[in-house]
Design a protein around this ligand. Structure first.
Ligand code: ATP
Ligand code: MG
Length: 444
């Protein structure tokens, strides 16, 4: 059943917009994408630019990457390009590489409803309607309906440079509307990640999610629990490292989706009334957006360190109250929070290790006597940890004095540093009784 206002996936005549009537010029398409389009065409296949590339060019924005749709099969694509890799289990896609550029080339696929037969060998659903495999090849007319939003289903034809629209995508683009193709509930059930994509595009493009596409999100967020952690991790990076992290975060919370990505953080945000944990996350995300706008590098390690800081801090405080030293508490809380998070979204070790170093270094900033500050300054994660300290200071969690001390310490020469740093405490410290290492140390 389709709701009024949704797009019907029946037989539809497309609208074709000839070259003079739209703004996409070949000059704004990347050289690699153009080569792929032409090589396919010259080999006798249909080839179209589709997806975000067409959408963004029509909006006058610079596309992040280019996607190509074709009737050539993955093996035929592979035969045409030397630098081609076939990827994907659910969808077999071709990645064609030109220098740093990777063009994603996808064979047209038929969507579920329009495919004539229901061959389990090529397509499979989970009990709740999620697509597990679908590799039924089809024509452009078939391919349109399996795309997510109308504005993502516009095709740029390399033969005559026209834009083809089956789903009213151009109108939605003009109106700033994100509208799922087909019945929203069914489309989210097929692939719950579409809810995250809705939020991501709404934030990035400043679009409104159409009322019907929106209503289902409030009901179906829990389906995100079934998404494999590795896919959620990739999606989290797109959500928060796409340059619009603040708007994305606010929309994710608005649609009650944030809890399915960062349950511990959501809970911690709920606990604290005075507002600074949420301020901290917001400041960190603002900072991320700003760095990206300035062309500075951002790392998932810092992002996750910030997003998981509040639950990590609360847990460390608990452990400290139970008798752990600050560093032990930080290390153990870091292990626990990481272990819990990777159940939901994976976090590769190359990010989780530096994330925990950033956390542990927060404790070491407190040690300002003797050799400790010199050693800390040499630490490979010093810079990231110092930036993190500044964020904590800005949001009032840490005293300004500590951050100022470290800011000054970095700028001084060796002699001045020696004056600033107090000698190590001479008083012989009483050894604390050795405690057993907690048994549940885990690694992410
Ligand atoms: P961007 O690359 O700017 O993030 P995009 O729209 O190009 O946005 P991609 O993930 O590159 O997004 O996907 C390319 C196209 O493939 C989309 O525009 C859409 O048509 C289709 N697509 C991608 N993911 C899905 C999905 N989960 N369900 C349906 N269609 C999808
Ligand atoms: Mg894309």
């Amino acid at each position: 059943m389709t709701n009024q206002g949704d797009i019907d996936t029946g037989s539809v005549q497309p609208v074709t917009i000839p070259r003079p009537e739209h703004a996409i010029s070949r000059a704004s398409i990347s050289p690699g994408a153009l080569k792929v389009l032409y090589r396919l065409k010259d080999a006798g296949f249909h080839s179209y630019l589709v997806g975000g590339g067409v959408r963004d060019l029509l909006l006058g924005r610079e596309p992040k990457d280019f996607d190509v749709g074709t009737d050539a099969t993955p093996d035929e694509i592979k035969g045409l390009f030397r630098s081609c890799r076939l990827i994907g289990r659910r969808f077999r896609l071709a990645h064609v590489r030109y220098g740093h550029e990777v063009i994603e080339v996808a064979t047209f696929r038929a969507c579920l409803d329009s495919a004539a037969d229901d061959d389990d060998a090529v397509r499979a659903h989970s009990e709740d309607g999620r697509i597990l495999r679908d590799n039924v090849y089809g024509s452009l007319e078939d391919d349109v309906w399996r795309r997510d939003f109308t504005v993502n289903a516009l095709y740029y034809d390399i033969r005559d440079f026209s834009v083809i629209d089956y789903v009213g995508g151009l109108e939605d683009l003009k109106a700033g509307t994100l509208r799922l193709i087909g019945d929203p509930e069914q489309r989210y059930r097929e692939d719950p990640v579409r809810m995250l994509r809705a939020v991501r595009f709404a934030a990035k493009l400043g679009f409104r999610i159409h009322a019907h596409s929106e209503a289902a999100i409030y009901e179906l967020g829990h389906l995100l629990r079934d998404i494999p952690p590795a896919r959620l991790f990739e999606e989290i990076l797109k959500l928060f490292l796409g340059g619009c992290a603040v708007a994305t975060f606010e929309l994710l919370r608005h649609y009650n989706l944030f809890q399915y990505l960062f349950a511990m953080t959501e809970e911690a945000l709920g606990w604290e009334e005075q507002g600074f944990p949420i301020t901290f996350v917001l400041r960190a995300l603002e900072n991320t957006d700003q760095r990206l706008a300035e062309g500075k590098p951002v790392t998932p390690a810092f992002l996750f360190a910030a997003l998981l800081w509040e639950p990590m801090r609360l847990r460390a405080r608990e452990l400290h109250d139970q008798g752990a030293t600050p560093l032990e508490a930080s290390q153990l809380a870091g292990n626990q929070v990481t272990a819990e998070q990777v159940q939901v979204s994976s976090l590769p070790k190359r990010f989780s290790l530096p994330m925990r170093e950033i956390w542990n270094l927060q404790v070491r900033f407190e040690r300002r006597r003797g050799k400790a500050p010199y050693r800390l300054l040499e630490h490979p994660r010093f810079r990231a940890a110092y930036d993190f300290l500044l964020l904590r200071t800005e949001t009032g969690e840490q005293t300004a004095e500590l951050a100022e001390w470290w800011t000054e310490f970095q700028t001084l020469n060796a002699e001045q540093r020696d004056k600033l740093v107090a000698p190590a405490a001479t008083k012989k410290r009483r050894r604390r009784p050795r405690r057993r290492k907690p048994a549940n140390q885990v690694d992410g």
